[in-house]
Design a protein around this ligand. Structure first.
Ligand SMILES: *Cc1c(COP(=O)(O)O)cnc(C)c1O
Length: 439
């Protein structure tokens, strides 16, 4: 048994070993970008531009919706989806307490109010019962996030939406290609949104987003709202008539061409990633102290982020040491060269932006209102991006070796957990916040 790198032993992942590049780059991606740059057709307004509408067509076909609109990023995709669905000043929009900040700020961009619902501690997705309980007469929409790539409980959430006449918006920024009961995410709700950010499973060379829907009216409204409220695409000269309040949220042709090129190997890459990740999870499954993500039989997982819950018991410690054991394990893994990180340090409603003027006049936030989200954040770590490349398997094997080494050194981990001066992530976040922008 070799000593933990954290205690001066040798590292499992050599220092010079690079994480396989993501997005990986194929010659055809570079060629696609070069073609657009050389053509001079950079925006949808350029005569003869085909990449933007081409990506929309290709993605609608992939997801199985009648329509798709390409936009500037995943956050604007959400704003446009909510606006098109009729969300406006004073409306309430139910969002998960555990997600990326974009999910919760986009209602506010429309002067609507995000109302948070706690998540399920096993799937990390919003709990349908918590959503049902959050409905009020002012609720207008539910934004469901397929967190980390696992489709949420869409049937139950759609039943709630149907019962109360609410729009169901799918934030599928982390779940490209995942399927729920045979249907691709983004095709199930009234409207779906995707991010093409360079960090996501279907990336562009920068920023981009996609909105999918079967509804002709929603499609038309999103199209107008990304273009100053104007109606384009008739083939004639631009009218400069703004029918609705819009933004300028258009994508550019270079970024659409890059993503479109990658779509050619999207399914194959997903298949290889699925194999790599299952192999990795299989190896980790032999270790009693951590629980990896799972895909129930009725849905597939896009494996955008891998979140692992750590159990203090195999280390001989009780539930009070959940956080310290997770922190000790993270420290040990990082020292071995495994990029174990947090994803979200606090429940979203704990973010200062929601607790302060001009958004809130009084601070009503209590962390204890979000027990499941706290449990997840305190007791888990994530692997992000390192597993996305089809070439990731050898590196994942090293990560599994490191996790095995941690287990072999369980006494040292337990000691570290018992002795550390532990603060949960949300307390650390408060301290960071105080340093960055003191009250
Ligand atoms: C990345 C992400 C977004 C925002 O996408 P951007 O393209 O970065 O604006 C929205 N929601 C979730 C859940 C995300 O992970």
């Amino acid at each position: 048994m070799s000593e933990l790198a954290m205690l001066g032993g040798p590292r499992i992942v050599p220092r010079n070993r690079r994480i396989p590049r993501w997005p990986d780059l194929a010659p055809e991606d570079e060629e696609a970008v070069r073609r657009v740059v050389a053509s001079g057709r950079y925006t949808a307004a350029a005569a003869g531009e085909k990449e933007i509408a081409g990506l929309e067509r290709d993605w609608a076909e992939e997801v199985g919706t009648r329509h798709c609109v390409a936009v500037s990023n995943g956050t604007t995709a959400l704003s446009l989806a909510l606006a098109a669905a009729g969300v406006g000043p004073g409306d309430e929009v139910i969002v998960p307490a555990l997600s990326f900040i974009a999910t919760a700020i986009t209602p506010l961009h429309l002067s609507a109010v995000p109302v948070f619902a706690d998540v399920d501690p096993v799937t990390f997705n919003v709990a349908p019962k918590a959503v049902e309980a959050a409905v009020t007469p002012r609720t207008r929409a539910i934004v469901v996030v397929h967190l980390h790539g696992l489709p949420a409980d869409l049937d139950e959430l759609a039943a709630t939406a149907g019962r109360h006449g609410l729009a169901l918006v799918e934030d599928a920024a982390q779940a490209h290609g995942a399927r729920y009961r045979g249907r691709a995410v983004g095709s199930y709700g009234d409207i779906g949104t995707f991010s093409l950010n360079v960090s996501k499973n279907l990336p562009t060379c920068g920023e981009g987003g996609l909105v999918t829907t079967d509804d002709d009216d929603l499609h038309r409204r999103v199209g107008m709202m990304r273009q100053f409220g104007e109606m384009l695409g008739g083939g004639g000269p631009r009218s400069y008539v703004s029918h609705v309040l819009g933004w300028n949220d258009k994508p550019n042709a270079v970024q659409c061409a890059f993503t479109r090129s990658r779509l050619g190997r999207f399914r194959e890459e997903n298949r290889i990633r699925d194999e790599n990740v299952r192999h990795f999870l299989g190896r980790l499954g032999e270790l009693p102290w951590l629980r990896g993500p799972e895909a129930p039989d009725d849905r597939t997982h896009a494996w955008h982020i891998l979140r692992f819950m750590t159990d203090p018991e195999p280390f001989g410690l009780g539930p009070a040491h959940t956080g310290p054991v997770r922190a000790a394990v993270m420290k040990a893994l990082r020292a071995e060269g495994v990029p174990a990180t947090h994803y979200q340090l606090m429940p979203l409603p704990g973010q200062r932006v929601f607790r302060r003027p001009p958004i809130a006049t009084e601070d009503h936030y209590r962390a204890s209102d979000w027990p499941n989200t706290l449990e997840v954040i305190d007791g888990s770590f994530t692997i992000q991006k390192a597993h996305l490349s089809p070439k990731a398997r050898p590196m994942l094997d090293l990560y599994a070796d490191a996790a095995t080494k941690v287990w072999e050194n369980r006494d040292a981990i337990a000691r570290e957990a018992r002795e550390m001066d532990y603060r949960p992530p949300w307390q650390e976040a408060e301290e960071i916040a105080e340093q960055e922008l003191p009250t």
